[in-house]
Design a protein around this ligand. Structure first.
Ligand SMILES: [Zn+2]
Length: 630
């Protein structure tokens, strides 16, 4: 055992490694998915379009995704330093989507990519797009450092998710050979990962943590340790130690969004060791981002970094939000804290769906709080080549937002069934002992207040039911078989004893308006939510335009369904008339529909001072969110 970990690394954890290494590893069996979701309603409709228009077509319509590997030692066009990530991000998005909703056509698209990667992998396991002389720590044609290790990270991650759901021996072989080539290059040759690339090299620690969990092979743990050593090095972000010291992420030495994937190494180490130091560090970092850098849309980052100011109006990259959702997905099952899933719900329905654009094929690069949504294929067109006209970091990464629902949405253990995701869907869960729990969700939530859950429970199941009650829903009604459950509290899980076959649960959420009052650049303005949905003024539905909205009196604001007088397609999921006692009047839509056709929008509205009764509602402490009556 190489004791090369960071200074705060405890001796008892090393002992724990030894025990785990010897005793804890089952033989390889690709796990059948423990959660499948057939998404319906708005989320299902958007997913179906992404499947048809992107997941089933992207590798064929963009042959450069794979041909750039084959051409790596030949003359070819210039490519961006991170080009190799495109295949990996595609695989991760597609494999998680498949895990959630199996589809034979999607399996064929994924296998096509896996087959091509097998063909182009070098004899030493190298799985990159750069010439032999530039492997791993070399330079691109533009004479900048390549992101080769980062690209391997994404390819290994995508292959890992595909192996987990399909059991593909080919995927496993490519994945482990690629991992071994990195181990040989760095660990055996005493090379350090390059943290000057802002977490892009060190993110490989996350992949190695997953591979160590999967195989128990010590060399993979060696690489996790190397990632921790890189964090603690002079040029490193020191995320783990700073997390233990409660330093907010934006004050750490490195704050770019790519570091979030490096941070996932800490979550990976917690999964391996169950040592609470990793949980503490990770939780502190996660909460600091939720408090300081998560915008009103549920998106993360300003100008591709953390800055400790959610009112910062710089661009919000889709990759950053996906990384934030991945971090939250790691966190959601670590502690029994329903507010982590509240965050994911906010991100899914607003920032993520709001980044999907009019032809349902492309996503944005930037999804601002105020402005316009433009396709990533035009706003970051420098990443394209003629062989890959649709590819850029965000176009391949964004669809992961659908598949992540399968990871955070629900779970069954022998002790209980937890439901985090609410929305029309058919969910099938399996406990570790393969007991089947099916949940049929019907109702109009989140664009209405009601969701019904009907359970089909395997014989002999003895677990309880845990229902997420969102932090904003102060008066939630919950009925079990038409009998009201008392003492339902918001911001925590409601535990219902003894889940039974045929159980029917109805939840009616408190959809009265709640607000986030802005500060700094957005002082004097507020955001308005209806449940988890951020209300937005889009010039498509309200011609007042975002720069000339009237000052609202929130204390008398009334929300009511608005009549859509336009025939503009597609229809919004929610259209609300917001009126105050002074005769001010706005027509607001849901953030996912806002700017969908290229129009301008805003999510922040001028409000009059001293009019808002303040009742703290924000789950992360001192952010000024309040709630008023219906
Ligand atoms: Zn991106």
């Amino acid at each position: 055992m190489h004791n090369v970990l960071v200074p705060l690394y405890p001796a008892r954890v090393l002992k724990c490694f030894l025990l785990l290494t010897v005793f804890a590893w089952p033989s390889f069996i690709a796990a059948k998915p423990s959660a499948q979701f057939k998404l319906k309603g708005a989320m299902g409709e958007r997913y179906e379009k992404c499947l048809e228009e992107w997941l089933l077509t992207a590798p064929y319509a963009n042959p450069g995704m794979l041909e750039m590997y084959r051409m790596r030692n030949s003359d070819r066009v210039n490519i961006v330093p991170w080009y190799g990530e495109f295949s990996g991000k595609y695989l991760t998005s597609a494999a998680l989507a498949y895990t959630m909703m199996p589809d034979e056509r999607l399996a064929r698209s994924i296998e096509y990519v896996v087959d091509k990667l097998a063909e182009v992998q070098d004899s030493d396991g190298y799985l990159g797009v750069w010439p032999d002389a530039q492997k791993f720590s070399g330079m691109s044609q533009g004479n900048t450092k390549t992101w080769d290790v980062w690209s391997h990270y994404h390819n290994i991650l995508g292959l890992y998710f595909w192996y987990k759901v399909s059991g593909s021996k080919k995927a496993r072989k490519i994945m482990l050979r690629a991992a071994n080539s990195i181990y040989d290059y760095f660990y055996l040759n005493n090379r350090l990962l390059d943290e000057a690339k802002d977490g892009t090299d060190a993110a490989i620690g996350h992949a190695f943590a997953l591979l160590y969990e999967l195989t128990g092979e010590k060399r993979y743990l060696d690489m996790v340790e190397l990632a921790f050593k890189t964090f603690a090095s002079d040029g490193g972000g020191d995320y783990f130690n700073d997390g233990l010291r409660s330093v907010p992420f934006y004050k750490m030495k490195r704050q770019r969004w790519e570091c979030l994937h490096a941070l996932e190494t800490i979550a990976g180490m917690y999964a391996i060791t169950h040592d609470r130091q990793y949980l503490l560090s990770f939780a502190n970092i996660w909460r600091s981002i939720a408090l300081g850098d998560r915008h009103n849309t549920g998106a993360f980052s300003s100008g591709e970094s953390a800055c400790g100011n959610p009112y910062d109006l710089r661009g919000i990259e889709t990759c950053c939000t996906i990384a934030w959702m991945a971090l939250s997905t790691d966190f959601v099952w670590m502690e029994r804290d329903s507010r982590v899933a509240d965050e994911l719900e906010l991100s899914e329905w607003n920032a993520f769906l709001g980044a999907q654009l009019f032809n349902d094929k492309v996503f944005t690069y930037n999804t601002p709080m105020i402005g316009e949504k433009l396709p990533s294929t035009t706003s970051i067109a420098f990443q394209r080549t003629d062989l890959s006209p649709d590819l850029n970091c965000c176009s391949v990464n964004a669809p992961r937002g659908f598949g992540m629902i399968g990871q955070w949405g629900a779970r069954a253990t022998d002790e209980g069934v937890t439901v985090n995701y609410y929305g029309e869907s058919d969910i099938t869960l399996f406990t570790p002992s393969r007991k089947r729990i099916a949940i049929a969700q019907t109702g109009n939530y989140p664009f209405g207040d009601r969701i019904n859950l009907k359970f089909s429970v395997a014989k002999g199941y003895k677990g309880n039911l845990l229902l997420r009650i969102p932090f904003w829903s102060q008066n939630t009604q919950v009925m079990r078989d038409n009998k009201k459950i008392e003492n339902v509290k918001c911001g925590e899980y409601l535990e219902i004893e003894g889940l039974r076959n045929g159980d029917e649960i109805t939840l009616i959420f408190d959809m009265s308006a709640h607000y986030w009052h802005g500060d700094r650049e957005l002082k004097g303005k507020s955001s308005i939510y209806c449940g988890p949905i951020l209300l937005t003024l889009d010039q498509r539905f309200d011609s007042q335009g975002y720069s000339s909205t009237p000052t609202l009196d929130l204390s008398t604001l009334r929300l009511s369904p608005a009549k859509d007088n336009t025939d503009s397609q597609p229809r919004p999921y929610l259209l609300i008339d917001a009126s105050d006692a002074n005769g001010n009047h706005l027509v607001l839509c849901d953030f996912a529909s806002a700017g969908y056709t290229g129009t301008s929008y805003t999510t922040w509205f001028p409000v009059a001072g001293n009019q808002v009764p303040v009742q703290e509602m924000q789950p992360w402490g001192d952010r000024n969110i309040s709630k008023v009556g219906k």
